[in-house]
Design a binder for this molecule. Structure first.
Ligand code: BQZ
Length: 693
C-alpha cells in the first residue's frame, strides 16, 4: 500500500508566499438578491397536538379483506390486538381531505438501487422514500414545515413523550407501548438499545445517514429504565437540538430480533461486513415499523411493498393506517421519476433537477395533466466541497496530499471561488427566475439566514490567477498547467479530481461547468463521476480531492442535521473527518465553527441561536468553507388522484417530501382508484419468506 506522505514542507512553502496575495477587502462584493420566486402554496401552520395524539379508541377497523381472509381464517389476530394500547392517532381536523378510504397504490420511481435491508448496519435501500417509509424513528421532523415557528420541536413518533430533568442534563423518553414489528414481534427498548450500543457506539458499524456518537453530543449516554422507558444523559443542559437527531435518518431502530443474531458481538462466526450484508435485497418481508413491507424485488425493475398489518397508527375513527395497500418503487433513474410523474405513469416526484423544469412546467400546465406540480422555496443547493483533511482521512497519496494542503489554504479556496461564474452556472441548468447565486453557507430565504453576515467573493478571474501566482503555483514546464513548487509532489502539474454523482444529471452538469470555468486558471480538474452508491462510499471514506454535492437539510433548517454544520466529532462532517490518528486536524476557523455550532446546540435561547448562526455564516463564507455554486426551488409532483396532500409541502426542508406529506394518511377516493395493485388482498409473509401471502 502506498505510504501516504504528509508534505508539510510544501504547505509551509505555499503558505509563506501567500502573504503576497491581494488584500481580502478587494475581493469581496455585494451579493445579488435571489430573483423573486414565490412558492405556489403556503402551509397551514398548526401545533403538533392539532396533527396527532396517542390514545385508545373504542373500536378499530381494517380493510374488509384483511378481516375475511386473515383474521376470520385465524392466521392473524384481530386488529385491536395488533395495535398498541394507545396507538398514534391522526386527527381528522388536520387531514386536508378528511378520513380516507382503503385501496390503491403509490407508484414511486427511483434512481437508487437496494443494497439490502440492514439500514442501521449501513445499507441503502435505494432512497426515494423506501427507507423513509420503512424506518420509523424516535421522533419525526418531516411534517414540521406546518408547525408554528414559536412551537417548533420534533414530533413524537416511536417516542410518544419526553421530560427533561430540572438541570436539563437528562431526558426521560416514553416509548409507545405495545407496538409491534410487521411480523408481530414486540417493539421495545431492546430495539433502541441494540441500535445505540451495537450500531451507533460500535465504530465498526456505520449506520446509513451517518449517525455517530457525537451526533447526539460528545459524552452523551443512553440507558433503558424499563421496556418502554429510555433515559438520555447529556453534557450540556437542555440540548433540545438532539431531538432532531432522534428523527430520520439518525435514530431509526432496526428489528433487533432479526439483526442481533447476525451482529459479530452476538455471533462470533460473522464479520462486520457479513452483518451489514446479512439481508440482501432478495430477503423478503424484513420486519419493519413502517407502514409497508417489502414483499417483492425484481432487480433493476421494481420493489413492491404491502401494508403492514401491525402498523401502530390509526385515524380518529379507529381505521388502522395506511389507507394505501401497496407501494411501488420502480427501479429506474431520478430523471425518469420526473418524466413518469408528469406523464402519469408514476405518481410522485421531487422535481429537483433544474434542467427538467421547463418541460415539466409546460406539461403540467395542460388541463389534461395527470399530476399537480407545486413549487416551494429555494431549498435545493449545490456546493464544491474540498477535502480538508491533511492527516490521512482517505489515505491520500503524495499528489492528493499536496492538494489537501492547497485546499487548506484560504487564498487557494478564494481563487477557486472567484474563478466560478455562479450566474452562468445557474443559467446553464435552466433559464428563468429559478436559480440564484449561492456563495456557500446557509441558504438565502431560510430561518437563520442573514445577508449582512454573508461574505461574497464575486467572479474575478484576474484576481483568481493573481492569487494562484501568489501561491507560487507557476507553469514551470510550459504545458499550460500550473506546477507545484519544487519539493511538493515533485513539482508535478496541479491536477485535482472532482467527485460527482452520475445518478443526477444536475450533479455532473454542474461539475462539468466547474471544470470548464476553472480551465483559465491553469489547473487541471479531472472528472471522477461515480454512481450513487459508489459516490456515497467514496465520500464517506474521504477518497476525494473535491466533491460537487447537493447539500443536506443542515443548510436549510440548521436544526436538522446540525452535526453536519461543522466537524463536531470525528465522523460528523461531510468533507473533514478524523485522519489515521483519530483526530480531526481543524483549521483555526473550523475550530471557531465547531465552537459556534456547539454553543448553538447548548442554548435554547432563540435570540442567542440567531446570533450564533450569524457568526457561523460570517466565518463560513469569509473562509470559503465550501465554494457555494447555485441554489434553487424544488417542486412537488403528485398524481391528481391522491388526497390528503398537505398544502405547501416542500420537497426538502427538515426532510424530504416522502416524509413531509405523511404518506400513511394519503388516500385515493374510491371513484378515482386505479387498478395498480400487483398483489391485491395480500399481506406480507414471514421474514425471509418469498413475498406476500
Ligand atoms: C428524495 C430522497 C429520499 C441521499 C438521496 C440520494 C442519495 C443521497 C439523498 C430525493 C433521493 C432523491 O436523494 O434525490 O429527491 O427522494 O432520495 O431519501 O441523492 O444519493 O445519499 O442523501 O437523500
Amino acid at each position: 500500500m502506498r505510504k501516504p506522505i504528509y508534505a508539510l514542507g510544501g504547505a509551509g512553502l505555499l503558505l509563506s508566499v501567500s502573504m503576497l496575495a491581494i488584500p481580502a477587502q478587494e475581493l469581496t462584493g455585494e451579493l445579488p438578491d435571489p430573483p423573486a420566486f414565490a412558492a405556489q402554496s403556503e402551509p397551514v401552520f398548526v401545533s403538533v397536538g392539532d396533527i396527532l395524539e396517542y390514545k385508545a379508541l373504542p373500536e378499530y377497523h381494517e380493510p374488509a379483506w384483511v378481516t375475511s381472509k386473515y383474521v376470520d381464517a385465524g392466521t392473524l389476530p384481530p386488529v385491536a390486538e395488533r395495535l398498541p394500547k394507545e396507538p398514534l392517532v391522526y386527527k381528522i381536523g388536520n387531514m386536508p381531505d378528511g378520513v380516507g378510504v382503503y385501496g390503491d397504490t403509490m407508484r414511486h420511481v427511483i434512481g437508487g438501487r437496494p443494497e439490502g435491508w440492514n439500514y442501521i448496519g449501513g445499507q441503502s435501500q435505494g432512497w426515494g422514500g423506501i427507507d423513509i417509509g420503512l424506518s420509523e424513528c424516535l421522533t419525526r421532523t418531516g411534517p414540521l414545515f406546518t408547525i408554528k415557528a414559536d412551537e417548533l420541536e420534533p414530533m413524537p413518533n416511536l417516542a410518544k413523550s419526553w421530560e427533561w430533568s430540572e438541570d436539563g442534563k437528562t431526558l426521560t423518553m416514553k416509548l409507545i407501548e405495545g407496538a409491534k414489528w410487521s411480523d408481530g414481534d414486540a417493539f421495545d427498548a431492546e430495539d433502541v438499545m441494540f441500535y445505540w450500543e451495537d450500531n451507533i457506539l460500535d465504530t465498526n458499524v456505520s449506520p446509513l445517514n451517518g449517525g455517530t456518537p457525537e451526533t447526539f453530543g460528545v459524552g452523551t449516554t443512553l440507558e433503558a429504565l424499563d421496556p418502554y422507558t429510555i433515559k438520555w444523559t447529556f453534557q450540556e443542559a437542555f440540548p433540545t437540538q438532539y431531538l432532531y437527531a432522534m428523527a430520520y435518518g439518525t435514530f431509526c431502530p432496526g428489528p433487533s430480533h432479526i439483526l442481533k443474531p447476525q451482529h459479530p458481538k452476538y455471533n462470533a462466526d460473522n464479520t462486520y461486513e457479513e452483518y451489514k450484508n446479512a439481508f440482501p435485497p432478495e430477503y423478503m418481508n424484513i420486519p419493519v415499523m413502517g407502514a409497508w413491507v417489502p414483499v417483492e424485488y425484481r432487480p433493476d425493475d421494481i420493489i413492491v411493498m404491502r401494508r403492514n398489518p401491525y402498523y401502530w397508527k390509526v385515524d380518529e375513527n379507529g381505521n388502522q393506517l395506511p389507507y394505501l395497500n401497496e407501494m411501488h418503487y420502480r427501479l429506474s433513474t431520478w430523471a425518469d421519476r420526473d418524466v413518469q410523474a408528469v406523464a402519469g405513469s408514476g405518481d410522485f416526484s421531487n422535481l429537483e433537477q433544474a434542467e427538467s423544469y421547463v418541460e415539466a412546467l409546460r406539461r403540467s400546465a395542460e388541463d389534461s395533466a395527470p399530476a399537480r406540480l407545486q413549487f416551494g422555496a429555494r431549498t435545493i443547493g449545490y456546493a464544491l466541497r474540498m477535502n480538508l483533511s491533511a492527516n490521512g482521512w482517505g489515505e491520500p497519496d503524495e499528489r492528493a496530499q499536496a492538494i489537501r494542503e492547497l485546499n487548506r489554504n484560504l487564498d487557494f479556496r478564494k481563487a477557486i471561488s472567484i474563478a466560478v461564474d455562479r450566474q452562468r452556472l445557474g443559467e446553464s441548468l435552466v433559464r428563468g427566475p429559478f436559480t440564484a447565486i449561492y456563495p456557500g453557507g446557509l441558504y438565502a430565504g431560510t430561518t437563520y439566514y442573514d445577508k449582512a453576515s454573508t461574505v461574497y467573493y464575486p467572479f474575478n478571474l484576474e484576481a483568481a490567477n493573481a492569487l494562484l501566482d501568489g501561491l507560487n503555483l507557476v507553469d514551470t514546464d510550459g504545458n499550460g498547467i500550473r506546477n507545484f513548487p519544487e519539493g511538493t509532489a515533485g513539482g508535478a502539474d496541479v491536477e485535482i479530481t472532482l467527485l460527482a454523482n452520475t445518478d443526477y444529471g444536475t450533479d455532473t452538469n454542474l461539475a462539468e461547468g466547474v471544470i470548464a470555468q476553472l480551465e483559465p486558471l491553469g489547473i487541471r480538474v479531472i472528472a471522477n463521476f461515480q454512481s450513487g452508491t459508489a459516490r456515497d462510499d467514496m465520500a464517506q471514506a474521504g477518497q476525494f480531492d473535491w466533491h460537487v454535492e447537493r447539500q443536506g437539510a443542515e443548510m436549510v433548517s440548521v436544526v436538522q442535521g446540525t452535526a453536519g454544520l461543522a466537524p463536531t466529532g470525528p465522523r460528523t462532517h461531510p468533507f473533514h473527518r478524523a485522519g489515521t490518528d483519530g483526530t480531526v486536524d481543524l483549521l483555526p476557523f473550523e475550530q471557531e465553527l465547531v465552537d459556534t455550532v456547539n454553543a448553538f446546540i447548548a442554548t435554547s435561547d432563540n435570540a442567542e441561536r440567531a446570533e450564533l448562526m450569524k457568526q457561523y455564516q460570517h466565518i463560513f463564507t469569509e473562509n470559503v468553507y465550501s465554494v457555494g455554486l447555485t441554489q434553487y426551488p424544488g417542486a412537488l409532483i403528485v398524481n391528481k388522484r391522491f388526497a390528503n396532500i398537505p398544502a405547501g409541502a416542500p420537497i426538502f426542508m427538515f426532510n424530504w417530501a416522502e416524509d413531509n406529506i405523511i404518506r400513511e394518511r394519503v388516500f385515493v377516493p374510491e371513484d378515482k382508484q386505479g387498478d395498480f395493485e400487483l398483489h391485491p388482498e395480500t399481506l406480507p409473509g414471514a421474514p425471509g419468506g418469498a413475498g406476500p401471502v
